[in-house]
Write a protein that binds this ligand. Sequence first.
Ligand SMILES: [Ca+2]
Ligand SMILES: [Ca+2]
Length: 462
Amino acid sequence: MHLITTLFYLPLVAAGCRTVKFIKEEGVALQNHVIKTVSDSKPISCGWQCADTPLCFSMNVRRLPNGRVTCELNNSSKTADQQNLILSPGSQYHQLAEIERCTADQCIYKDALPDDWYRVGSKLFKLFHDRKTWGQARQFCQSIGGDLLSINREDENKFAFQLLNQIKPNIAGTSGVNSLFFIIGKDVIGHWFLDGTDVDVSLFNGARYKEESSRSAKALYLDGQFAYATTPAVNFLSISFTLVSWVKLEDPVRSPSTIYGYWKNPNLFRFTAFLGDKLQFEFQNRDAQGGFQDKIDIRGGNPNKEIWFNAAAVWDKTMNKAYLYLNGREVGTSDGPSGFDPTEFKYTFYDIGLKRDGNHTMKGYLRNLMIVRSALTGEEILRMKDLNNEAFAGAWIGLNDLRTEGDYHWPDGSQVTYEKWHPNEPNNAYEYQNCVQMRISDGTWDDASCGKRLPFLCEKKH
Ligand SMILES: [Ca+2]
Ligand SMILES: [Ca+2]
């Protein structure tokens, strides 16, 4: 029934490819995938449009009585959706086809494949809409025999950006109904789920991710002996911030139990739970030589052992006020000394579970440690539990500088020869951005905190 003939060749100079071939089938058309209908004097002009439209993979062409043609550009092909190839007298189905003279790497050749995979040159791409941290996303891509996407050419970036356009980010509309989540999504400085998927948390002395019975999910477990963990240092003390984590202290409780901090000479900050007693947040302002100037020391609350609790420390720089929250309830507040302006010191890591000056370690579990760049209320802190509402503005690609600051690599080991940074990126904001997202708004790149949960792009080699 289907007579297949070579129809025409297009020179595609821009893609470094001399020609590309469309294959024609008479009397059939692909239905349900039309993204655009164009009318032109000859099929070859439609073919140009299809080749130039990243998500066009085939066309339905019909001749009009006046000699012109109409072409329906399809965002799929019979490779991906054979069932929608229907009999259609008078139509021709045209599909981009590979040509022998180009190697796949030089060609614009592309095709839609089953299960939402797309082939572009030698790579298979797929956008996953569910949201994962960079580490989770990479694990997932590897589990299906691929990796996070590496981008080596402009047409690959263009194509990935077109896939991203399918995402409707849940960022705030003009109504402001969702504005809390916009703030959180935009201003997450650091986020560690502490479930084993964080790519930049280091474990020491037997610290491990352990299934915790009340939640049947993994959390960071510290044994109260010597175990602790570290994150890279994050530059956040000189701005308004909210530091929040879920904690479960185990009996017998080690006291003090540092949740997060860096507490060694010169002391910097610590967020601590004490035995059956209180939460404490302490941070300091020091001069350039490290000499003590002022500090905030705020205590309150009565966290229980053997029960998960939500602990948050908030610094509102504008109001010069600090707050402690236990399970979203304010349990302490303190005004800052006048002119209080904590300085950051150039440490390279901060501690989870360790008070470094006395080697005090926590006995218990921690999860979902997060630093947000704004002073949140207790209600807002508790609403952060629903992380599906975290706003986002991009999707993960594979580029990262996890190994050496500023030295970017692709997961497939390829050299960074092509770049598409947004202006003023990468900026390693808060001195803590090591994973790269492609922005949904324009397809440019921005380094971000690896713990953000974003949609992501996987690749597989053809
Ligand atoms: Ca970085
Ligand atoms: Ca950035």
